[in-house]
Design a protein around this ligand. Structure first.
Ligand code: ADP
Length: 361
């Protein structure tokens, strides 16, 4: 079956609780595909590459594009696209319009939505979804992209000084063991011992979706970008109760500095403080609360697993240097410098990338 042999998937899709991530491999040479599939590919390609924004909500992250990649013996470019999962019906319409059913290889999909939307794709788009486990995909994606992009992994130098800490490349080539903290709508924490040996050690439902949900409630904002914009202008000390608000200074006996948060949102029990609270401060406090909680769970996991490198991924970290610096600080400070927070440029796309690769195995 020539078509079967030639068919290789060009799409990996991670349908998450909030965002759908689509990775598209653009082969340098379409001529190797059989005629029917080539025509389909050209239509889809023209649409995807002709735009950087699709409708009001779809985005191609041009800055993440990877050129000169080889997958399955073919060279090409990898493109990264995302849209809200709530817009799936619009994507399904598009898939019908652009004749995705002409893709001989179907589409590789992961995330909860691969299950939720499987039937709709089969019935409406006449397209088969090849389903893969999201955490298997996540790790495969991290491994692959890190190997194929020299500046993928980075960390913040000097994490104790948030004013002058720089983003520096980290050599992740001998990474095991490491912890992955995937901060999406919710959070999953994985302990990774080798390319194939890992387990999910913990998680929390207080994740990126919680930040955004609470922020919308408290400030009336409507998007993640807006929430982060507000937070960047705010001061959480107007909202939280610090150790010094209770002790007048440090709590020396147990090494707690006066600036440590003793009680997140603790000032909000006072009517007066509530009246004085600005949207910006509330957004900042929400961000700091969620970030520190995730950081502290990550630290406990690192300790029980006896692991020193902690890799934070997921779209919660998109355009969110505040949280990355906070996590870097928290990992370093509370572990006396033994834990290192690491970050990856392709943040939320590893599941989608790994899912494309799973098919090739
Ligand atoms: P999931 O697979 O659960 O959708 P992601 O890794 O895609 O998880 O992360 C989703 C989280 O990323 C959201 O909860 C929010 O905190 C953050 N986020 C970043 N960019 C956006 C965006 N454009 N729209 C919505 N949420 C976003």
């Amino acid at each position: 079956d020539i078509q079967g042999r030639l068919a290789m998937p060009l799409f990996g899709m991670d349908i998450g609780g909030t965002l759908t991530k689509l990775v598209y491999f653009e082969p340098a040479n379409f001529d190797e595909f059989d005629f029917a599939e080539r025509e389909t590919l050209k239509t889809i390609h023209k649409y995807l590459i002709g735009n950087t924004a699709y409708g009001k909500t779809g985005i191609r992250d041009v800055h993440l594009e990877l050129g000169n990649q080889t997958i399955c013996g073919r060279t090409g470019k990898i493109h990264f696209i995302r849209f809200p999962t709530a817009q799936m019906s619009a994507f399904i319409e598009l898939a019908k319009l652009k004749n995705f059913s002409g893709l001989a290889s179907g589409i590789c999909a992961t995330g909860g939505g691969a299950y939720m939307f499987e039937e709709v794709f089969a019935k409406e788009v006449l397209l088969q979804l090849h389903k893969y486990d999201e955490l298997d995909c996540l790790l495969k994606g991290i491994h692959h992209i890190d190997r194929h992009n020299p500046c993928e992994c980075y960390y913040f130098s000097n994490p104790r000084d948030t004013e002058c800490c720089d983003k520096l490349p980290f050599n992740f080539h001998n990474p095991y063991p490491y912890l992955v903290v995937n901060i999406g709508s919710g959070v999953s924490i994985l302990s990774v011992r080798s390319k194939t040996d890992y387990n999910r050690v913990s998680g929390t439902s207080l994740g990126g979706g919680t930040f955004l949900g609470l922020c919308c409630l408290l400030t009336g904002c409507e998007t993640f970008e807006e929430a982060i914009g507000l937070a960047s202008q705010g001061d959480s000390r107007n909202i939280d109760k610090l150790v010094k608000d209770i002790y007048g200074g440090d709590y020396g006996k147990f090494g707690l500095k006066g600036d440590t948060v003793a009680c997140s949102f603790g000032q909000m029990i006072s009517q007066e403080k509530r009246d004085a609270a600005r949207k910006e401060d509330l957004a900042r406090a929400t961000l700091v609360t969620l970030t520190n909680n995730i950081g502290s769970i990550a630290r406990m996991c690192a300790k029980t697993e006896k692991i020193e490198r902690v890799v934070f991924v997921g779209n919660f970290l998109r355009v969110n240097e505040i949280s990355m610096k906070l996590l870097s600080y928290a990992m370093d400070y509370w572990s006396d410098g033994s834990l290192k927070a690491l970050f990856l440029q392709h943040e939320g796309y590893f599941g989608a990338m790994g899912c494309l690769l799973e098919y090739l195995q």
